[in-house]
Design a protein around this ligand. Structure first.
Ligand code: HT9
Ligand code: FE2
Length: 375
């Protein structure tokens, strides 16, 4: 971890997340917010609405972000880091614009931003930068000062993100019956995205089949599989698969789907599997429904023993990693060369998204990158 302790020039940290409904009446307006202009088929929306109604219309994501805020504040206080932490969302209250307005009224002018998405992609990176640009434009239109916002680098390979997941895999393996444990496959999962979005994810130099999105996930999967082998002495076969596909059927998205992969494993005689949701930061609806409900039911039907390993959520090691990322970036902004923690083969990700990184289908202003219209 970085030995820097000075948060200057930052005067606040903003946790920027997706948002989710907090009751049955919120579900439809939430889905309208998420899908505005994104061409999701109506049938898919009805189906996803049902996932939320199955859980009383409440997404777990807001509670998980509140827990992460508590963990961050506790970690900062224990480390003597006096940096206030705020929270704003893309799709539900507290909305990003409202939070940024409050921050500006509190006098915050130089803000570090942590998104609850660890990897490069349009949905996980540039779209949040577009949300920041929209919010800054709204403040400007209200005659308020426009703060500077810096998005912290992708943390997919930070030890504070990877190591708790490795521990989770070991715990899930230990829960499997001894007779099937050593032969268990590791099924790393992440959100499927359109092939076209994957191929153009990350800096232009990383574009190509699967882009930075697939490469980053493969690097994390390999890192965890290697660490598990080191701990257990067993070489568990592994594969990166996808879940939560939503677009029109004729548009290609990343495959295979996790449920199809479980069926293939069964057919090939695999004795058991651990599903490892490396693409997600907490146990939100994609994890609770798509893995714990749907894929787990599929595995039961196949008579394939499965476990689902933990996401980092509010793990204190993740909170400490966020502190490390803030202090690292603060040092870099002050012109020094900080130590940058990263596991795996890819090295630490860039601070500033370059021009052409994770392009949108229709170009829109995006803050906190080399092509930002703001300082
Ligand atoms: C890469 C990625 C992440 C991971 C990175 C990150 O975390 O940001 C993520 C996270 C999440 N996605 C979420 C929910 C939804 N995503 C949808 C739709 C889509 N996601 C996409 C991608 C991603 N999504 C894409 C390419 C679409 C198609 C529409 C479009 O091109 O924009 C839809 C519409 C219905 C549907 O089609 O499923 C919903 C309801 C929630 C909240 C869960 C909760 O409430 O607990 C979370 C954390
Ligand atoms: Fe999504």
């Amino acid at each position: 971890m970085s030995d820097q302790h000075d948060p200057a020039p930052y005067d606040a940290l903003l946790l920027l997340s997706f948002g989710g409904p907090e009751g049955p009446d919120d579900v439809v307006p939430f889905l309208e917010n998420v899908t505005r202009g994104r061409g999701i088929p109506r049938e898919r929306l009805k189906e996803v609405g049902q996932h939320y109604f199955l859980f009383g219309g409440v997404s777990p994501i807001n509670g998980q972000n509140r827990a992460l805020l508590d963990a961050l504040r506790a970690d900062f206080a224990a480390a003597g880091l006096a940096l206030p932490v705020y929270w704003g969302n893309r799709n539900w209250a507290p909305y990003l614009t409202d939070t940024l307005r409050e921050m500006v009224r509190d006098g915050r002018r130089r803000i570090a931003v942590l998104t609850t998405s660890a990897y490069a992609s349009y949905s996980g990176c540039r779209q949040y930068r577009e949300n920041l640009a929209d919010a800054l434009a709204a403040l400007e239109a209200e005659g308020l000062p426009v703060p500077r916002v810096d998005k912290l680098r992708h943390y997919f390979n930070h030890p504070g993100f990877v190591e708790p997941m490795t521990e989770g895999v070991l715990a899930s393996l230990a829960e499997l019956d001894e007779s099937v444990r050593t032969g268990a496959h590791l099924v790393f999962t992440t959100h499927s995205i359109p092939d076209s979005a994957a191929d153009t994810s990350g800096p232009v130099a990383d574009h190509g089949p699967g882009g930075a999105y697939v490469r980053q996930h493969l690097d994390v999967a390999r890192t965890i599989a290697d660490a598990v082998r080191e701990k257990t002495g067993t070489d568990h076969p592994w594969k990166l698969v996808y879940q939560s596909r939503s677009g029109a059927p004729h548009v290609p998205w990343l495959e295979p789907d996790v449920c199809d992969h479980l069926a293939e494993l069964r057919a090939a005689g695999a004795p058991a599997a651990v599903m490892v949701p490396i693409g997600f930061v907490s146990d939100h609806m994609e994890v609770l429904y798509d893995l714990d409900t749907e894929a787990t039911a599929k595995a039961a039907e196949l008579e394939l023993p499965v476990r689902r390993s933990a996401t980092v959520g509010a793990d204190p090691r993740f909170a400490a990693a966020v502190r490390d990322l803030v202090l690292e970036r603060a040092a870099a902004e002050r012109g020094t060369r900080p130590e940058r923690c990263a596991l795996g083969a890819l090295g630490p990700s860039h601070d500033l998204c370059p021009v052409g990184c994770c392009p949108a289908r229709a170009e829109r202003p995006a803050a906190a990158g080399a092509d930002s219209p703001y300082a």
